[in-house]
Write a protein that binds this ligand. Structure first.
Ligand code: SAM
Length: 285
């Protein structure tokens, strides 16, 4: 699995730094994370290397330990983060965290559950619990498919999804965010269940077979053409990559072995922010 994650993110790394919400956290999402870490000067474990989270935590005088398996992602985000001795970056696997027991005051990680296949979630939550001090907050934004049973959305043609995000782009959304929204819609559309509560997503299940077909789905509208061109550049090569899909019940059940659930916080500064809350847990004593 970790090898699979590294391969996937090595492909995505060069384009990812410009990716806006929903695939990366918005300003409000970042506040929803940081607002629930009470201790200043805390040692915070970041799962991944999200630059916006690192910058905000460093600004709050926290020590940030980012653990990410993909060297290219660590390199790509470095120039986006304020230089600081408190920004510690480690290449490592979340399933075998290179940290001691009870070492950190808080854990954050944006969309980490989509990156770990559901059969490995138990290991992930156990590792996060192991390195967390008792009652440490653990915050992660997720994009569940509803509350209970995993219900893959009805398949809609790629051209329809393109049209939707091209309108947002035309109305003023930046193209990186529109492209990220298009990508997430395609991912949603590709959901296949493994159990009633969890499943997988894979872009190649829903996008056209060739790049030419993909581009022709944009029609003649200029915003749509630009959007699809960017989509191909950013995401085409990761068509085979697998991601996990889940419901709220899937998340809460997996977390409940080691964590108490506190609540969910939604952002309103991008379309569909309300479907991608930051989940707040605390490590059980
Ligand atoms: C945190 S996630 C999602 C990206 C996020 N939404 C963002 O832009 O902030 C992506 C990162 O997780 C890393 N990753 C995925 N699986 C991992 C694993 N098992 N161990 C460590 N890092 C992993 C990838 O290398 C990638 O850099």
């Amino acid at each position: 699995m970790s090898f699979e994650a590294r391969q996937k993110w090595s492909i995505l790394a060069s384009a990812w730094k410009d990716t806006g919400p929903p695939a990366a956290p918005s300003l409000q999402d970042v506040s929803n994370y940081i607002g629930h870490i009470s201790k200043r000067k805390a040692t915070v474990l970041l799962l991944g290397c999200t630059s916006s989270l690192r910058n905000r935590l460093l600004g709050d005088s926290c020590k940030v330990v980012s653990v990410d398996i993909t060297r290219r992602m660590l390199e790509a985000t470095k120039p986006l983060v304020t230089e600081s001795d408190a920004d510690i970056v480690v290449q490592g696997d979340w399933l075998h965290l290179p940290l001691n027991n009870n070492e950190v005051d808080a854990v954050v990680g944006d969309k980490i559950l989509g990156n770990v296949m559901p059969e490995e979630w138990a290991e992930l939550f156990a590792e996060v619990k192991r390195v967390s001090r008792p009652t440490a907050p653990f915050l992660t934004r997720a994009s569940p498919h509803g509350e209970d049973l995993l219900q893959p959305p009805a398949i809609r043609p790629f051209s329809e999804l393109v049209k939707r995000w091209a309108i947002f782009y035309k109305e003023g959304m930046d193209i990186d965010s529109a492209c990220s929204g298009l990508w997430e819609d395609c991912m949603d559309m590709s959901t296949v269940s493994i159990t009633p509560f969890v499943g997988t997503q894979q872009l190649k299940r829903v996008i056209p077979i060739t790049k030419i077909e993909c581009l022709s789905s944009a029609g003649k509208e200029q915003h749509a053409i630009s959007l699809v061109r960017l989509f191909i550049r950013k995401f085409w090569h990761s068509r085979e990559a697998r991601w996990s899909a889940y419901t709220v019940k899937g998340i809460l059940t997996a977390a409940s072995i080691h964590f108490d659930y506190v609540g969910q916080y939604t952002a309103t500064d991008y379309p569909e922010g309300d479907r991608q809350p930051v989940f707040h847990f605390v490590s059980r004593t």
